[in-house]
Design a protein around this ligand. Structure first.
Ligand code: UD1
Ligand code: CA
Length: 494
């Protein structure tokens, strides 16, 4: 049986954060979430134990969400990585066979690399197999010390190392595989005789080597996989590596990423071929992008499904569905529960929430559509507001299919506009409009002649009006065709 122990009790002081280090986010998962995900491929129904300590409640709550099968074990005082593993094994006396131990702060480890590590361990029948890497700058890491014959002899922490050992560039990644019985035995023999006064897991290796047990070093094919983050600057470095890795994979899968340096795609996102991701675009969570869809530039999509051939331009959208060949933006804000049908359109400066647009329905300009259903083929006039909130409760409005609503309408919920109905521009619609009817609700216009010259004498408006009226009168007297510029309607009857 295979078993995994993840060490996640440390505080991560240098993050200077209220959040425990392992819960910091990195392109769609937390640090510990990435480590957990990488174990799935080889776990084979084994156990997963996570050692928690600092921020234990937060870490437990997170595990409940992302890995409910993982069993948290509390290490009340952080007395070292060896102490942490000992607590995990003591809490699980049934653990036998292969035990994979992973530091919770090495999120770039690939699942394939871990699977290869486990494979090496099981085929060589080693007592312990350590994932190592050759790095340019080994500062702060445990060094792999070999004996004269080149055999793996021990891991020495930097602070306990001699100058000669510090010069070694082969480092301990913090990923190991042990044979459970050998691990248990040596954990019982750990001392705290080191610079930090802690029980080091790494000392298990030296003890096993001394006892003549076979130890194997498995080199990571890509040293960046073993990088950890101790502060936020290092975390940003890891994030950039992960971004490049994710973008490279999608480009190789047929996705066009115009500017990979400004494109941030969570590991949980999927894209179909010929999708185009324009610069400065963030695709997060459970987002999926259909074939040939174009997203961005300057767009953030969080848990959004984008259909094939849709375009989403300068948009911020959350928990929404954008249908095939639909068009969104520029400058749109789709809040949760927005659902657009095939070829539907959300245009410029439009906000939607819990709104359904049927196939081909359009809300092209300057509108708020909250708690509404808009039928297929319907066009909503510019500057429309679905007035969904009466100060106490939110209510829904429905506009039927193939309706034409005028510009600057207020639909005061709950209101129903029938199929094929029209509403007049500037209307406040508070009553249902039957199918095919025209809903109008506004005062008739009246023009008060000469108002500006009487009430605002001497202003630029009054001068302009006087000039226009003079020209008009002149032409009337000489029976000149007034032309389109000075044409004016007859005064209203007062
Ligand atoms: C450790 C290794 C070092 C290796 C490096 C790789 C030891 C002694 N050293 O050093 O050889 O090169 O990782 O990144 O193991 N933790 C607990 N309980 C504790 C202490 C730590 O759960 O009492 C957890 C931490 O939360 C962290 C992991 O163990 O996830 C590693 O601990 P950390 O203090 O970061 O060890 P390093 O000094 O990085
Ligand atoms: Ca570390």
């Amino acid at each position: 049986m295979r078993n995994v122990i993840i060490l996640a009790a440390g505080e991560g002081k240098r993050m200077k954060s209220a959040l425990p280090k392992v819960l910091h986010p990195l392109l769609g998962r937390t640090l510990v979430g990435h480590v957990l995900a990488a174990t799935e491929s080889f776990l084979d129904n084994g156990t997963v134990t996570v050692v928690v300590g600092h921020g234990a409640d937060q870490v437990r709550a997170h595990l409940e969400q992302v890995a409910p099968a993982a069993v948290p074990v509390t290490q009340a005082e952080q007395r070292g990585t060896g102490h942490a593993v000992r607590i995990a094994l003591d809490a699980n006396p049934e653990i036998a066979g292969t035990v994979v131990v992973l530091n919770g702060d090495i999120p770039l480890l690939r699942a394939e690399t871990l699977a290869a590590l486990v494979h090496t361990h099981e085929t060589t029948k080693a007592a312990a197999t350590v994932l190592t890497a050759e790095v340019a700058d080994p500062t702060g890491l445990g060094r792999i010390v070999r004996n004269r014959g080149g055999e793996f002899a021990a891991i020495v922490e930097e602070r306990d190392a001699t100058p000669a050992q510090r010069a070694i560039r082969e480092i301990n990644s913090g990923a190991y595989v042990f044979e459970a019985a050998a691990l248990r035995e040596m954990l019982g023999k750990l001392s705290t005789d080191n610079d930090q006064g802690e029980e080091y897991l790494t000392d298990v290796i030296g003890l096993l080597a001394e006892a003549g047990s076979p130890i194997v070093a498995h080199r990571a094919p890509d040293a960046t996989e073993t990088l950890g983050a101790n502060d936020r600057a290092e975390l940003a470095g890891l994030r950039a590596i992960m971004r490049d890795r994710v973008n490279d994979e999608w480009m190789r899968a047929g996705v066009a990423i115009i500017d990979p340096a400004t494109t941030w795609i969570d590991v949980t996102v999927t894209l179909e071929r010929d999708a185009v991701v324009e610069p400065n675009t963030h695709l997060r969570g459970a987002t999926s992008i259909g074939e040939g869809a174009v997203v961005g530039p300057d767009t953030s999509l969080i848990d959004v499904v984008v259909g094939a051939g849709a375009t989403v331009l300068r948009t911020h959208a959350l928990s929404s569905e954008i249908g095939p060949q639909a068009s969104v933006g520029p400058f749109a804000y789709l809040r949760p529960g927005s659902r657009l049908g095939v070829k539907a359109k959300i245009g410029t400066f439009v906000e939607t929430k819990a709104a359904t647009l049927g196939d081909g329905a359009k809300v092209p300009h300057l509108s708020y559509v909250g708690d509404a259903e808009i039928g297929e083929g319907t066009n909503i006039g510019a500057a429309t507001v679905f007035v969904n909130y009466d100060g106490v409760k939110k209510q829904r409005s429905v506009i039927g299919a193939h309706a034409r609503t005028g510009a600057d309408n207020m639909f005061v919920a709950p209101v129903h506009v029938g199929d094929g109905a029209y509403t007049a521009a500037g209307s406040v619609i508070v009553k249902d409009v039957p199918p095919g009817a025209l809903g109008v609700s506004r005062a008739h216009q009246r023009n008060i002649e000469g108002w500006v010259e009487r009430k605002r004498p001497g202003t630029a408006a009054a001068v302009a009006a006087a000039e226009a009226n003079a020209v008009f009168q002149e032409r009337e007297e000489h029976h000149v065709d007034p032309g389109p510029v000075v044409e004016r309607p007859a005064p209203d009857e007062q």
